[in-house]
Every structure is written in structure tokens, then in C-alpha cells.
Design a protein. Sequence first.
Length: 278
Amino acid sequence: MRTETTGAASSTFADNRARGAVKFDVRLQDGVTRRGVLHESDSLRVRFPSPEDDGLSGVFVNTAGGIAGGDRFDIDIVAGEGARLTLTTAAAEKVYRAPGPAAALNIVLKAEAGAHLSWLPQETILFDRARILRRIDIDLADDASLLLCEIVVFGRAAMGEKMLHGEFVDRWRLRRGGRLVFAETIRLDGDIGAKLAQPAIAKGGVAIGTALIVPGDEAVVERIREAADSFGGEVGISAWNGFAMARFCAQDAARLRADMMTVLGRASGVPLPRLWLN
């Protein structure tokens, strides 16, 4: 009887997991970036709020209201030759407690010759005992450009909340001209609160972030370092393999977000999405 009950509970849990997928491409037509074929499924949507003078903007909406254990979301985006595309999210994404399997988020971004792609989602907030596995695969043509940022917040400090335990696995792969130029996997699990308190990890910080700028060189690095006196948290920036990367760590999300906006503004002439400015 107990086995049957457990099996029924597992089946109910699986049936109630959120699934979502978005796949589309954009193309340059008569000097204007236009949307190509769009596929959406289940709880993940993308909206294009208004035409832009220079490129197209898209906003992702998760109608599930957040991410929980066992959920899966897949995003596959192609910016065609010469196209310009900026993507963000309607709000910060919340990842809730996962008593069972971890949630999975798979992102594939491709920019063809001469294209520019900006991937600028708002924060991902992890609640205590949240578990998420994220994978970001980026494929750029030699002369394509990219501006990408991700911010992860371990608990809402303003609400007195902390993420003490859980799992966060973040796998990034960047290819340029078919050649792998950057690969990284971050894993934080178990007693995450204690690990973040260690000086070599976050020194008590609860918000971390990464900005990836392609192409990027020492000139970009120096331009960002000129704003060092304005940073509210820790920011490190370097360039190699034809791209620049900035790392962020702060005691709260608002401070890190302000630092990220400063870096993105200096790194590229691409304007930030309006939702970032609200």
C-alpha cells in the first residue's frame, strides 16, 4: 500500500511540473531586424513590445510564476546575418524549494555573421533549498558581437531571507568561429550559506554576477575600470581570447544591479532594456 501511495505521489508531482520552450530566429530585411519563425510551448512566452530603430527587443514571460523542482525550460535563439536583437525578462525569476529533482534551464544562443545579440535577463533569485541546473551554450560567428549578463541572488536579503542549503550548477560554453574560447562550470551545493561566507568564495556576499562582452579587449577593460570608484560591491574585469569578462559580488542585489548597469553602459553602445530602468 505504501509503495502504491508513493508511486501515485511521484506521478502527481511529475504531472504538475512546469515545462516551457521558446525557439525563434530574427533576420535582417531591408535594413530592419524582423522576427522569423517563432515556436512557443507551455508556460514560457516571448513578447516583442515595440519596434526599435536599431534592432528588435524581446521580453520573456514565465506564466508559471517561477521555477520549482523538476521544472524544465528550453530557449533556442538565432540572430541571423546582420540582425540586432536584445532580450530580457519581464521580472526577476524566482527559483523555489525543490524537495525532489532539480529544475533545469537550457539556453542556446547563436549569432551569425555581423549580428549582435544582447542577453540581459533580470536577476535569478534562489530561495532556501532551491535546486537548479543551468546550461548556456553560445555560438558566435567571427565578426558577431555579444553582450550578456547573468545575476544570481542567494535569498532576498531585504526580506530577511537567506539561502542556506540547495544546489546551483551553472555551465557556460562560448564558441567563436566554431572554436571553443571559454568554458566554465560553477557548482555550489550542500551548505551554500557557509560556503558563501568563506573569503575565497563570496566573503558573505549574497549576490553574484557575470558580464560577457564580445569582442572585448584591454580598451574595454580600461573604460570599465575608470568607473571603479562608483562600484558598491566587488567588480573584477579582464580580457583574453578576444572577449572581456566582468565578475561581480555584493552584499545585496540592488548594489550588484547598479554595478552591472554601470559596466554594461560602459561596455557597449547598446542601450539597456527599459525594464531594467524601472
